[in-house]
Ligand binder design. Sequence first.
Ligand code: URA
Length: 233
Amino acid sequence: MRLDKFISSQRTDLSRNDVKALVKKGLVTVDGKKAKKSDMQIDENTACVQVSGEEISYRKFIYLMLNKPQGVVCSTKEGACPTVIDIIPEKYRREGLFPAGRLDKDTEGFVLLTDDGQLAHRMLSPKSHVPKRYFVRLEKPYEQGYAEAFESGMTIDGGEKCLPAEFIPLDKENECEVVLHEGKFHQVKRMFEALGNKVIYLKRIMIGALPLDEALALGEVKEIADITPLEQR
Ligand code: URA
């Protein structure tokens, strides 16, 4: 791969022209030697490339865990509201990065961002049934019968039939967790509406077997080192 292509594919804040300028200034090294030309060929799997002393390690795909705050939309298009791509640090931005699964604007929590289209496709396929766990605060106390209703596969407004889901009551009478195996539009909210209640706060806390890192503040992002738990049921 060309050196400039390699660097700008891993660091989208650096264009190929930027790389050219950095090479001219002698700030790019390949295997410890100053690069002479920005179009030189390198083996992206073995070369040790440094820019201003910082190593650029080659990752084919990137997987990010974002703790999405309210007011941010899960889209890649520019609009009135900031998108999940707008709020992540420059160093993580790459061509093709997108949210694999959406949360509503007013929902917080775990959003997976990746440029791995195949993984995203598997996760988003209706057949995948990868569990998603949510923390829910309700307007009114939950009632006896909610667990059964969730488990039996509820019908929500418009006659849509849901797959069996789990309802887990928490200590506070209006707080619970819910595990879904699909992702219909506004699904958690609509399921509680069908039971005559209302969601007043929603946060996704787990995808597959990977919990949202509790140390991650709202708006913060981190790389997922091991993606295996993402697809575990
Ligand atoms: N269910 C909802 O109602 N909203 C979300 O953002 C996610 C699941």
